[in-house]
Design a protein around this ligand. Sequence first.
Ligand code: GAP
Length: 446
Amino acid sequence: MVGTLGAMASTEPTLFDQVVNLCKRRSFVFPSAEIYGGFRSTYDYGPIGVLMLRNVKDAWWRSMVQLRSDVVGLDAAILSPPKVWEASGHLDNFSDPLVDCTSCKTRHRQDQLEDADTCPSCGESGTFTEARAFNLMFKTQAGPVEGAGADVYLRPETAQGTFINFKNIIETSRKKPPFGIAQIGKSFRNEITPGNFVFRTREFEQMELEFFVPPAEADSWYEYWMNERYQWYLNLGIPADQLRLRAHDDDELSHYSSGTSDIEFLFPWGWGELEGIANRGDFDLTQHAQHSGQKLEYFDQGTGERYVPHCIEPAAGATRSMMAFLMAAYDEEQVNDDTRTVLRLHPRLAPYKVAVLPLSKKDTLLPKAEEVLHSLQPHFMCDYDITQAIGKRYRRQDEIGTPYCVTIDFDTLEDNAVTVRERDSMEQQRIPVDNLVAYLNEQLAL
Ligand code: GAP
């Protein structure tokens, strides 16, 4: 039984509250600069959260790069000069319509208002200023001199770093369309209305693939990537009834896109985007070719054909997906007189795969427990916990989603076997220490 999905009048905690509390309590996510009163809508990933976020990114990289021979990786710079963003269209187009309430002085995104004439903060009508375009890019200066020539931007998406490296990669990687370039990294947007925990923040991580195809194949690759990406979330444990694909209406399309579909998750406040799959056509390569004066095209030496590839882009949020995985995995169940909180995370995403727990702190058990721990650490991310009663320690592992607990007891000293407890069923099995790595590998099926 989990909390209500955003219950209004109920005193029962909502699923949103439960997950946010768990994140703080168990060091997944902390509000940033908390000792100074916090810094609105920025977050730090703590010891457990950093493991899970890394697992989300590794799962993406594994499926998009490691398991494919038609995708290569890239890690481009975060800072870039205005020319990049002039060419990409972000300087002119990457803005939200902003209105100010002249009565209560609050600021709002006009396109997110329920009633275009009424301020949601003070309830007054007719108090909004004219809408003005507010560019979402963060601007700063490079070097010691301020002013023109020193301006640089923090990237609002990783994609442009990929387009401006297209020539380098096509010349050095021996790839030909259809092929892709994958990138994971931080992006920055001066969001007017950040919120809903890590759903919309000003600093976040993206996982983006730019997949370059012959123009005639663009439609079929667009379909292909929609299905692949939808399946990725299902395979990692998001239930089908909390996941949907939604095609953008024409008035929602970004300036570069001729077609976009979003993969959406049913968050406690309603459907929210996890990933957009866009058909960007030849917009980006053509723009950067024009602005840089370089040829950004593919020349097929076999056929003598020369063309500008079209780009299909599956663009996901790592931090936002992590939040969806946490929400989908959170569960509370009654066990005897107790409420057990358990994160039913896919083992690939679980921060720790195994926890090693000596039954008691007695000196006789600790050397053996450490020996078992050291035999597992090269294979799995392990936690080691010697505090409190064993039942409490199991619960502590359940609520951070650890799939297996390995308990070393006094019999272990005699039979060289350990008790392995599975998170979801809580079933226990006695396994010889010599078989432990093989057993866990088989069960985890990473
Ligand atoms: N290159 C295309 C692009 O950036 P997007 O839909 O603006 O497309 C892709 O962003 C993904 O990045 C989104 O689906 C979302 O998961 C994530 N994202 C975008 N803005 C975000 C924000 N302010 N906070 C957290 N994640 C964000």
